[in-house]
Write a protein that binds this ligand. Structure first.
Ligand code: NDP
Length: 314
C-alpha cells in the first residue's frame, strides 16, 4: 500500500463525520474527511445550541462546527473539500473510493452523509425557518414554553415530538393528512390520550403566516369538509420524514424508512463500512448522539483495520 493512502475515509463533514475523523486521527489512523460544502452539516442551521453538554452558555451551531473542524485538523485529519463519485469494494475487501481529488484505496469507510429532512413546501415555511418554523422540538421547543404550537406529521417523529412539546405547553395541536397516525400504536395512543394535545386528522397546511420575524397564524385545510380556515400559532414543528443520503452504497442493508441498519459499533451489513449520525437508524437524532456515533465508529474501525492487517493486509 502506498504511503499516501489513508487508513480510513470519512464521507460527510457534519458532527458525526468530524467526530469520527478526530477520534480516528487521534487513535493514530491516517484519516481523510470528504465534505463537498462547508464542514458543520446541520449545525450550520442552528442559531443557538443550548443542550450540547459542557457549554453553560448557549453556543451557535456555526461556532461549534468551527471548533470541531479545528480540533479534527489539530489531530491530523486531512479535509478534502470535494465530492465522491463512487465507492467499490475490490477482491481484497478494500474500498476503492473515487473522489474529485483522486482515487483512494482504504480498508475502512465511515459514512456520515446525513439525511435531507423533508419540507412541506408551503408559502411562509422557508422565510420563517428559525423564526417559529422548526424541524426539531428538543432544539427549539423550549423557546416556545407555554405558547400555542402546531405539529405536522403522523409518524413516530411527529408523535414523539408532540409528546415532548406537551410537557412545555398545554396548547399543542397536531395535524395529520390521513385519518389515523402511521406511528407505532403505543406512541400514537399516548398522543391521542394527552390532555395537552389536540389531535386533528385529515388536515393539511396551506400557508404559514408571519411578519418575517415570527409566526402569527397558519392557514389550514380540512380535507373531509373541503374547508380552509386560519388559526393563530406561535410555532410550527414539521416532522414529515427525511431522506437519508445512501446513494453511494446501494448494496447496504436499510430499514423500512430507508436508513442504514447498524449495530452498536456502527457496523453496517458491509464489513469495513460504518455509518454514523442521521444516515443510520438511530432512535434519537441530536448533535450529541451524532458526536457519540462518530467516536464509536472510529474506535470500531480502528479495531477492524488492526484485525484485517493482522490477517493478511499490510
Ligand atoms: P415517517 O416517514 O415514518 O413518517 C412521516 C410522516 O409524515 C407520515 O405520517 C407521512 O404521512 C407524513 N408526511 C410525509 N410527507 C408529508 C407531506 N408532504 N405533508 C404532510 N404529511 C406528510 O418519518 P418519521 O420521521 O416519523 O420516522 C422515521 C423513522 O424513524 C421511522 O422508522 C420511525 O419509526 C423512526 N423513529 C422512531 C422513533 C421511536 O421509536 N421512538 C422516534 C422517531 C422516529 P403518511 O402517513 O400519509 O405517509
Amino acid at each position: 500500500m502506498s504511503e499516501k493512502q489513508p487508513d480510513v475515509i470519512i464521507i460527510g463533514g457534519g458532527v458525526a463525520g468530524l467526530s469520527a475523523a478526530q477520534y480516528a486521527a487521534r487513535a493514530g489512523l491516517k484519516a481523510h474527511l470528504f465534505e463537498e460544502l462547508a464542514p458543520g452539516g446541520l449545525l450550520l442551521n442552528i442559531d443557538i445550541l443550548e443542550n450540547y453538554p459542557g457549554y453553560d452558555k448557549p453556543i451557535s451551531g456555526f461556532e461549534l462546527a468551527d471548533n470541531l473542524t479545528k480540533q479534527a485538523e489539530q489531530f491530523g485529519v486531512e479535509i478534502h473539500y470535494s465530492g465522491i463519485a463512487g465507492i467499490e469494494r475490490n477482491s481484497d475487501g478494500l474500498f476503492v473510493v473515487t473522489t474529485d481529488d483522486g482515487i483512494f484505496t482504504v480498508p475502512a469507510v465511515i459514512l456520515a452523509t446525513g439525511a435531507k429532512r423533508r419540507e412541506l413546501g408551503v408559502p411562509g415555511e422557508i422565510e420563517h425557518q428559525g423564526k417559529g418554523v422548526s424541524y426539531c422540538a428538543t432544539c427549539d421547543g423550549p423557546f416556545f414554553k407555554g405558547k400555542r404550537m402546531l405539529v405536522v406529521g403522523g409518524g413516530d417523529s411527529a408523535c414523539t415530538e408532540a409528546l415532548f412539546l406537551s410537557k412545555l405547553s398545554g396548547d399543542i395541536v397536531i395535524i395529520h393528512r390521513k385519518d389515523r397516525f402511521r406511528a407505532q400504536r403505543s406512541i400514537a395512543s399516548n398522543v391521542e390520550n394527552n390532555a395537552n394535545v389536540e389531535v386533528r386528522f385529515n388536515q393539511t397546511v396551506n400557508e404559514i403566516k408571519g411578519d418575517g420575524h415570527k409566526i402569527t397564524s397558519v392557514s389550514l385545510h380540512d380535507i373531509v369538509n373541503n374547508r380552509d380556515y386560519e388559526e393563530e400559532f406561535d410555532a410550527v414543528f414539521i416532522f414529515i420524514g427525511a431522506d437519508p443520503r445512501v446513494d453511494l452504497v446501494p448494496d447496504v442493508e436499510l430499514d423500512e424508512a430507508g436508513y442504514i441498519v447498524t449495530d452498536e459499533l456502527m457496523r453496517t451489513s458491509i464489513p469495513g463500512l460504518f455509518a454514523v449520525g442521521d444516515v443510520r437508524n438511530t432512535p434519537f437524532r441530536q448533535v450529541v448522539t451524532s458526536a457519540a456515533d462518530g467516536a464509536v465508529a472510529a474506535h470500531a474501525a480502528n479495531e477492524y483495520i488492526d484485525e484485517l492487517r493482522g490477517q493478511a493486509y499490510v
